[in-house]
Design a protein around this ligand. Structure first.
Ligand code: SAM
Length: 266
């Protein structure tokens, strides 16, 4: 991961929420919410909650749960609070690797597409285990490899073919850079969790998502910071070509996606 890969600030949070959340994140939030129906919990911590893609589905489904939703970046927390108001959710800033919560104080820790951004994942999972009561659970997801996510793969392939020095490699390096389920299982186990189960989850972006995905990736993620280092005309040409590729994909198979869902016991 490079230094700015976890920087979600400036205009990124709003573009993230408006363009990326509906096409990439809501389908997988729905999967975690359905899975959580079989778990027992009262006190919930969401980590790397971003602008609230998962929180917005989880909070109304479990109105009796007491949820603290957190993120490293204040700009994400501020926008989440502005956009999503639920009586059972409290928002605050928190780094996954230094959680400001007491030992054994929670039943369920959730995080959606956040683990790939943690510099030391075993340290982060250990923190999560510390705050969970014995028997509590950690439920989260990470992306499967780019090869199973053709829309994101096309954007990455076209942009890196057209722009270099610096190469805009954020997509492959960070969000899709922690996609080996064996590695995830090992890291979770090293943090002391047991009964680790990793399962594949498939989804397709809603019809007509191509432009939203392109705009969200290029203006609503830290990829925007890499693109800002290039000539605007060169970026515009590369983005247009990526858009044409996404169009072709969408008209063919649709924008298929795949992630891993992980559940583990504290
Ligand atoms: C791809 S977004 C996922 C956001 C949200 N969970 C969703 O599904 O839309 C990754 C999030 O991880 C957050 N993040 C990055 N590093 C973090 C850390 N060390 N601790 C907590 N959150 C972190 C970022 O601020 C960003 O909001």
């Amino acid at each position: 991961m490079s230094g700015s890969d976890a920087t979600f600030a400036g205009s990124i949070p709003e573009n993230y929420e408006d363009f990326l959340v509906p096409v990439l994140f809501t389908p997988f939030a729905d999967d975690l919410v359905v899975f959580a129906r079989d778990l027992e919990f009262s006190d919930v911590l969401e980590i790397a909650a971003g602008t609230g893609a998962l929180t917005a589905r989880f909070a109304p489904t479990f109105p009796d749960a007491v949820i603290t939703a957190t993120d490293l970046n204040k700009a994400m927390v501020d926008l989440a609070q502005e956009r999503h108001r639920f009586g059972n959710v409290t928002w605050r800033e928190a780094d996954a690797q230094a959680l400001p919560f007491a030992d054994a104080s929670l039943d369920l820790v959730l995080h959606q597409f956040g683990a790939m951004f943690f510099p030391d994942r075993v340290a982060a999972y250990s923190e999560m285990r510390r705050v969970l009561r014995p028997g509590g659970a950690m439920l989260f997801n990470v992306w499967a490899p780019l090869s199973a996510n053709p829309g994101s793969e096309a954007i990455h392939r076209v942009l890196t073919a057209h722009l270099d020095d610096p190469s805009p490699g954020f997509i492959a390096r960070t969000p899709f850079g922690y996609a080996d389920p064996e590695q995830v299982m090992l890291d979770v186990s090293l943090a002391g969790f047991t009964d680790v189960v990793v399962e594949p989850v498939h989804a397709v972006s809603p019809e007509g998502s191509a432009l939203s995905l392109l705009r969200g990736m290029t203006e609503g993620s830290p990829l925007a910071l890499e693109l800002a280092q290039h000539e605007p005309e060169a970026v515009a040409r590369a983005v247009a070509e990526a858009g044409a590729e996404l169009d072709r994909l969408e008209k063919g198979t649709g924008l298929e996606m795949m992630a891993w869902r992980i559940i583990a016991s504290a």
